[in-house]
Write a protein of this length. Structure first.
Length: 201
């Protein structure tokens, strides 16, 4: 059996039974392989969870990289790509992605150090956002919005429907538009001037 099928089985166990039920025995049973066959690929539960996180992280990198490549040049390219990808593409919000996302929580529960591959990918994303030539905080706001939406969806905290995504897309697109950038720039400058004035007094 290939590695992806084994990882699919692990994600299914987490999605159906919870993170606490993720054991090598449970994954082997779900994948219909012997525990020895599973151990041939993953010598410990840590290695299995690490492989889940790596797959999830690299899928996220591939998605936002493809979205960036498909987005027009100019200021805010990475931020605009994220908004279009996460809020304009319903195919992104699948049960498969929800299951894959659970790998991150499995890593945190098993051993926080195992989440490092996701940290590396997020460091890359934030480097791209920092190079977007947007007013301070605007790019980070877009990433934080996408992360919050993802967290609400994965954990089922708040219903995520098409209307909510449309509202968020409209609001963020307005902020990232040229006029929105000008307003944001003026706001940042105004706040900075008031702070400077306060210090001078």
């Amino acid at each position: 059996m290939d590695l992806d099928s084994l990882l699919d089985a692990a994600e299914t166990v987490v999605a159906r039974q919870g993170i606490g039920s993720l054991t090598l025995d449970a994954v082997a049973a779900e994948a219909h392989v012997s525990k020895g066959g599973l151990l041939h690929h993953f010598s410990t539960k840590d290695r299995l969870v690490e492989a889940l996180v790596v797959r999830c992280a690299e899928d996220w990198r591939a998605r936002y990289t493809a979205a960036y490549d498909a987005t027009s040049d100019g200021r805010g390219r990475m931020a605009r790509a994220l908004v279009a990808m996460c809020l304009g593409d319903d195919d992104l919000w699948t049960e498969q992605l929800r299951r894959s996302s659970s790998a991150v929580f499995a890593a945190l529960a098993q051993n926080p150090a195992l989440i490092e591959p996701m940290r590396v990918v997020y460091a890359d994303l934030h480097r791209r956002i920092a190079a977007d030539d947007l007013p301070p905080g605007v790019g980070e706001m877009v990433v934080a919005t996408m992360d919050g939406l993802w967290l609400n969806w994965v954990l089922g905290l708040v219903p995520i429907d098409a209307a909510m995504k449309a509202r968020l897309q409209q609001a963020l697109t307005a902020v990232l538009a040229p006029a929105g950038r000008s307003r944001a720039t003026r706001t940042v400058a105004s706040v900075a001037a008031k702070r400077a004035g306060g210090r001078a007094r």
